[in-house]
Design a protein around this ligand. Sequence first.
Ligand code: SAM
Ligand code: SF4
Length: 311
Amino acid sequence: MKDNFGREINYLRVSLTDRCNYRCSYCMPPCGIEKKSHNDILSLEDIFTIISTFAKLGGNKVRFTGGEPLVRIGAASLIERVSSELPEIKKLCLTTNGILLPQYFDQLNRCNLSSINISIDSLDEKKYTSITGGGNLENALNGLQLAKQLAPEVKVNAVLMRGINDTEILSFAKFARDNDVKIRFIELMPFAANSTFSKYNILADEVIQNNNLTFVERINNTDYYAFDSDLKVGFIRPLSHKFCGDCNRLRLTSDGKIMPCLHNNIEVDIKPYLLNGNVEEAIINSVNIKPKAHAINLGNLQKRNMNTIGG
Ligand code: SAM
Ligand code: SF4
C-alpha cells in the first residue's frame, strides 16, 4: 500500500496491552493506569483478523509490543498463530522488557521470530531499578540471553536520558560487543501528559560529540557510530534527525485504534469496521490519512502515553 506521499506501508506495530509489569517514568503516567474493561480492548481473535487483513493488503512485517506484550494472557499463542498461519508476514518481531521470556520461552521458540528488541536503559543495577520503578537488571539480562536463542537478531534499546545513562555510552558499546547484540539509544520523546522530557531531555548529537564518535552506517532508522572498529552504538533520533520520509508503519492500539503516526493524534477506530466485516477499508483509510511528518518542534504532542501506543 502506498500512502499519499509515496511511502510503501508494509509494517504494523501491534500493541497487545497498555499494562506492564514495570513503571518506566518516560512511558507510564506517574499515577499508574486505569484498568480497561474487557469490552474496551480488542480480542486476540480481532487482532488476528486485523493482522491477516494487513497481510492481504501487502503487509509483510509485524512487531508485537505494548505496554509489556507478554503480560497479556494468550500473547505467545497469538504470535505462534501469526507465525504458522500467515506466511506473508516475513518479519515477525517482538519488543519486550524481557522479564517474562523464561515463562514463554518454549512457545516463542516455535514462532520463528526474526527479531527481538529488549529495553535495558542502564547497566547499573540501582539506576535500572529506579528507571523501571522496581525492575531487576539481572532478570532483564537473563531475558536477553534467552532472546538470543529465540531470534537471529537481538537489539537492546535504551532511552537516552541526561544525567541517567548519557555517561554509559562506552559501557553499553562494550556490552554490545561482548554479548554480540546491537545497542540503540533512542532520543527521549515528549508526550503531552508526561513531564519526564523536560527533566532528562538530551539530544543524541551532544552525546556523539562528547564521546568523539565516528559515523559508521545507517540501518533503517538507526545511525550507528563507533568509538573504534568493534565498539559501536546506534542512535535513533526522532527529534534531531526525524526519519518520517522513510516511515513505513501503522500502529494498532490495544483499544482498537489504528494510528498512522506516533506523534499525531489522528486515529481510526477499527471496532465498527470489525463489526461490519470491513477491516480492509479501515486500514486503507488509515494509510490515506497518514501525515507527511510529525510536528513535535511546533509543539504538536501526542496526548496518549507511550504505554497505550506501543513503541
Ligand atoms: N514493554 C516493552 C519494552 O519496554 O520494550 C515494549 C513497549 S515500550 C512502550 C517500547 C519502547 O518504547 C521501549 O524501547 C521504550 O523504551 C520506548 N519508549 C517508551 N517511552 C518512550 C519515550 N518517551 N521516548 C522514547 N522512547 C520511549
Ligand atoms: Fe513497561 Fe516498556 Fe513502558 Fe517500561 S517502556 S513501562 S517496560 S511498556
